[in-house]
Design a protein. Sequence first.
Length: 180
Amino acid sequence: MATGATLHTFALSLSDIDRGAYQELELRLARHPSETTEFLITRLLAYCLEYEEGITFSDGGVSSTDEPAVLVRDLTGRITAWIEVGAPDSDRVHRGSKRAERVAVYTHRDPAKVLAQLTGKRIHRAETIPLVSFDRAFIEAAAAALERRNTATVSVTERQLYLELNGTSLSTAAEEHHLA
C-alpha cells in the first residue's frame, strides 16, 4: 500500500520589508512521500519571498512535470512567474522561461552544484534567472522544527531572512546567484 501525502498547515505572518509585502496567510502544503522536509521548507520560503497576488503552489507539487513548485498567474490565468525549487533540470527552467515573464530557482542544496548542473545548457534568458540559496544549517534547523500544524513568522529586510517556526527562531541571508 502506497503512503499518501502528509498535510502541513501554516498560520503564517509575512513581513517582507524589501518588497512592501505584508500578509497574514493560512497555508496548506501537502508533502509527497518522495519530498524531503528540507524541500518542503524551501518551497514554503520561495512562496513567501515571491509572494504577490495570484501566487499558488502547483497542483502536482513535487511530482508535477508540467508546472513548477510555485507559480503566479494573472487574472486571465496566464503564468507570470515560474518558481522552481531544489535542483531542477535545464529543460524545466528553459520551458518555464519561455512560458513566464519571470523565473526564479530556490534551492536548499549546494548552489555551486546546482549552477554547475545548469551552466552551459540551453536556457532561455538564463542571464535574468536568479538562483536563491539558503544556508544548509538554517534549512535543517527549520526542518527539525516542522510539525503538522505550524505557526510561523517570516520577516525579510535587506535580503536577510528571519523565520520563527513553532517557537524556534532562525535567520539567514538569502544568497542570490545568476545562471549566466
